[in-house]
Design a protein around this ligand. Structure first.
Ligand code: GLA
Length: 637
């Protein structure tokens, strides 16, 4: 009798079909690096955990999330999980979580590389949605190559439905979508330059063209083009001028004060806004793509919202001529003509090099040719240099503080000695706490992190990781958490839509604006959809980014996975961002006392341009998973 019952139970257990997860579509898996692989690790090796191989399984990378529709037809999930043995220079730590219909069903302890695979089991009877999560173990996502070894679902006896991998629907957040047609002068409203060097400022003005511009109080040496609104010339001396600009089109007129500062290297007085070729084209960038970026910067209207720089990243360089002067390769037949073209639109041209003999992509660097290069850039008409450490690591394998600074000082002096104002962007991924000395070596902004990619783990890890850097930013010198990953990106030649969800993209632009980071668009501007354009052209959001006070935001409170960040603005109001880093919708609360405020405060929602009313003690709102709300809080007078 007992034996019969046991046999029946066993039969029952084994009666259902086993579906290995590596037979499902892996495209919907969201993860922090690369893409999920069937029967292979994330780097494409046979799955192996602490020396043990698995014939089945899925290799992924923290943080990852994967939803599978089960239609209530499964009974169990099983896997052997761990960190893959494949070579990578560090040791990953991860936690595996199994969720059913939003509830946690199983969770491992922290697992480190080299530790034996752990069994994970979850009962699935009645579960409709299975979600497999890999968390980063609390130490960031680096080296977190996570394997779901032998991962499988047992189906109920006779089940007809098959599990199906799905991409959860992510509705678009409600943000202002329309572009203004009457004239409005946007931002930045402060700009500067070195007297005696060429000056260029395209008054950022939205509204339909033709437009007529006028200026009162322009400093000596500068002139305004009345039909384009471009101010150019060369400042005659030091000073600060409040220039009254008027703009008019067939629908109306507007006026605003723009401050022009004359002084040695009075550059990047607000965080630079522009485009950089790397996150879309990488090595596939060429002259025509850069021209197209300049064309679309104007055509899309982004230039009217303050976007100015068109930056060529790595791979434009050839060798040197007999005099040691840097040459461009066949992709850039005439750099001077390209600069003239970009300038003709009132925009500025940026370029890239390395203090080492080679750039990161293996092209000619500036090592021992710094002065020649700076003069060459100036001759071409370059306005910005991104200077990327890379092979300088071979010159200085173990740099101390002075050695880290040295190559940047050399190039600073070369740039300043050139005939143009060249914004100086340091790129060395944050080594030696660059934020503490980047200003001293002349940096107008400095990368604080490694390279970003278009995943939540990367963007959020980098963005929220800036929390303690506020004291180091200010007019002329900014922290740079890397370029934007909204729109069509892909590190070229082929592109894909950003893998960030719409809410994650709102978080991205909110964070970067709150952080007073440079806003360098990394997508193909000719292929922007309406949502991407709306994200990048919201003047209420951008006016926080470009606020002349230049104070970077800090985190003011944190509860669970919700956070409130704030930054003071020039007009006495405060920009406040409510973030939800969690996987589910959450209520986020900003209390006035945590912001140093008391009494009634007016709240305006900057993303959707609506006044929310006045509130006595604080403001709270439901924020979607990975989403953000951005507010301007103004004391009631
Ligand atoms: C490094 C930088 C990137 C990009 C590439 C170019 O990785 O961090 O932003 O400039 O080099 O090779």
């Amino acid at each position: 009798m007992i034996i019969q019952a046991l046999t029946a139970a066993l039969l029952c257990l084994h009666a259902g079909e086993t579906i290995y997860l590596d037979t499902l579509d892996l495209a919907p898996v969201e993860q922090g690096w690369k893409t999920a692989q069937a029967r292979l690790s994330v780097d494409g090796n046979a799955i192996s955990i602490a020396g043990k191989g698995f014939g089945h399984g899925v290799g992924t990378h923290a943080r990852s999330e994967w939803t599978i529709d089960l239609f209530g037809a499964a009974t169990a999930f099983d896997a052997m999980v761990g960190v893959d043995d494949e070579f990578c220079s560090g040791d990953g730590t991860v936690v595996f979580v199994v969720m059913g219909d939003g509830k946690e069903l199983a969770r491992t302890e922290l697992i480190k590389k080299g530790e034996a695979a752990r069994p994970v089991h979850a009962e699935l009877t009645g579960v409709k949605k299975l979600t497999l999560v890999v968390e980063d173990g609390g130490d960031g996502i680096n080296y977190d190559h996570a394997d779901w070894g032998d991962a499988r679902i047992t189906m109920a006896d006779g089940a007809k439905a098959k599990p199906r991998s799905t991409k959860p629907a992510r509705p678009y957040p409600r943000i202002a979508m329309t572009q203004p047609t009457a004239p409005a002068i946007t931002q930045p409203r402060i700009t500067g330059g070195t007297p005696g060097k060429p000056f260029l400022y395209r008054v950022p003005t939205t509204g339909v063209r033709p437009m007529h511009f006028a200026a009162k109080g322009l400093p000596k040496g500068l002139a305004l083009d009345e039909s384009t609104g471009v101010i150019s010339g060369s400042l005659a001396g030091d000073g600060s001028w409040d220039v009254k600009i008027a703009a008019r089109n067939e629908l109306g007129s507007t006026e605003a004060v723009v401050t022009i500062v004359g002084g040695a290297n009075a550059l990047a007085l607000t965080p630079p806004m522009g485009w950089n070729s790397w996150n879309c084209w990488a090595g596939a960038v060429d002259d025509s793509k850069v021209r197209a970026a300049a064309d679309w910067m104007v055509r899309s209207g982004l230039a009217d919202h303050g976007f100015t720089y068109i930056n060529i990243d790595d791979t434009w360089e050839a060798g040197r001529d007999e005099q040691g002067r840097i040459l461009t390769n066949e992709k850039f037949p005439d750099m001077k003509a390209l600069a003239d073209y970009v300038h003709s639109k009132g925009l500025k041209l940026g370029i890239y090099s390395s203090p080492g003999p080679q750039t990161c992509a293996g092209y000619e660097g500036s090592y021992q040719h710094e002065k020649l290069d700076a003069d060459r850039y100036a001759e071409w008409g370059i306005d910005l240099l991104k200077y990327d450490w890379c092979s300088y690591g071979n010159i200085e394998p173990k740099p101390d503080h002075a050695a880290l600074m040295k190559p940047y000082v050399t190039m600073r002096d070369a740039l300043r000695g050139s005939s143009r104002d060249i914004v100086y962007s340091l790129c060395q991924y944050g080594m030696g706490n660059v934020w503490e000395w980047g200003d001293e070596v002349g940096g107008n902004y400095w990368r604080t992190t490694g390279d970003i990619n278009d995943s939540w783990a990367s963007m959020a890890g980098i963005g929220f990781g800036q929390a303690d850097l506020a004291p180091y930013a200010g007019p002329g010198h900014w922290n740079d958490p890397d370029m934007l990953v909204v729109g069509k990106v892909g590190w070229g030649p082929s592109l894909h839509d950003s893998r960030l969800t719409p809410d994650e993209q709102v978080t991205h632009i909110t964070l970067w604006s709150m952080l007073a980071s440079p806003l360098l668009i990394g997508c193909d501007l000719s292929q922007m959809d309406q949502f991407t354009l709306a994200l990048l052209s919201n003047d209420e959001v951008l006016s926080v980014s470009q606020d002349p006070l230049g104070k970077q935001a800090s985190r003011v409170s944190q509860e669970g996975e919700t956070e409130v960040w704030a930054r003071p603005l020039e007009d006495g109001s405060i920009a406040v961002a409510l973030f939800n880093r969690g996987r589910e919708t959450a209520q986020v609360v900003a209390m006035w006392d945590a912001l140093g405020l008391s009494g009634r405060q007016h709240v305006r929602d900057l993303w959707n341009h609506t006044d929310q009313g006045a509130f006595e003690r604080g403001y709270s709102l439901e924020v979607p998973r990975h989403g953000a709300v951005m507010l301007r809080v103004t004391p009631e007078r």
